[in-house]
Design a protein around this ligand. Structure first.
Ligand code: NAG
Ligand code: NAG
Length: 215
């Protein structure tokens, strides 16, 4: 009986490993052919003999992002779109800049776990667990500190220091995707009907219209 449960457990663990992240590569590399008109799950491989060192290269993360925007932060992504050699490798990264008091607003990556390292400044981070607990897990980080945001969970960051802050994030997908909660809910195209959001957020419909007008 015990051994059956153990076997069942191993099968369940094996399945979640196989389905919860980007698929494993079936060759040394599969540099994305950005020109291909063929659509597959991922991107078509560029012909191996045409692959160049620059296909595995990106330059620019030394540059600060432009934080002159409503949330006062900037994300510089390095995903398969910017670095075609990432295709099929299940990994990507980003630089995040924060002006003083700047935030990276609540968002989720539908396809990736994120591990964040603070390079400069003090950053308050947090994520919220799924229903029904919706527990907030939060911590203030200093330079050199590392924090992980589990796959799919809503998370945020805020610069709580006096100067600019910089973080580097690594993500477990070549194409993590981003769903910024406020933009998705209040800035969808076309709009989600106001009465639906009024009931969902338990506010007057005019509050919904006011928020929608910002996105
Ligand atoms: C895509 O096409 C452009 C223009 O023809 C070419 O310069 C580039 O090298 C091509 N990229 C790939 C990955 O084949
Ligand atoms: C930063 O972005 C703002 C708003 O889009 C723009 O006005 C400004 O010129 C940008 N600054 C730089 C240095 O690109």
């Amino acid at each position: 009986m015990t051994s059956h449960w153990l076997l069942f457990g191993l099968l369940v663990a094996g399945c979640s490993l196989a389905f919860a992240s980007d698929p494993s590569p079936l060759q040394d590399f599969c540099v994305a052919d950005q020109n291909s008109t063929v659509f597959v799950n991922g991107l078509v491989c560029k012909e191996a003999r045409l692959v160049q060192p620059d296909d595995f290269f990106y330059s620019g993360l030394q540059l600060m992002g432009n934080t002159s925007n409503a949330v006062e932060s900037a994300v510089t992504p390095v995903t398969v779109e910017e670095l075609p050699g990432l295709n099929t490798l299940g990994i990507s990264m980003a630089r995040i800049d924060f002006a003083p008091q700047g935030i990276n607003p609540p968002h989720t990556h539908p396809r990736a776990t994120e591990i964040l390292t603070v390079m400069e400044g003090r950053i308050l981070v947090g994520f919220v667990t799924s229903n029904p607990q919706n527990r907030l897990i939060t911590k203030e980080l200093q330079k050199g500190d590392v924090f992980v945001f589990p796959e799919g969970l809503i998370h945020f960051q805020k610069n709580v220091g006096n100067g600019y802050a910089v973080a580097i994030a690594a993500l477990s997908s070549q194409n993590p995707g981003v769903i910024t909660i406020a933009n998705a809910i209040f800035g969808s195209n076309p709009d989600i009907a106001g009465d639906i959001l009024a009931k969902a957020f338990q506010v007057d419909i005019n509050v919904v219209y006011q928020i929608q007008s910002k996105f």
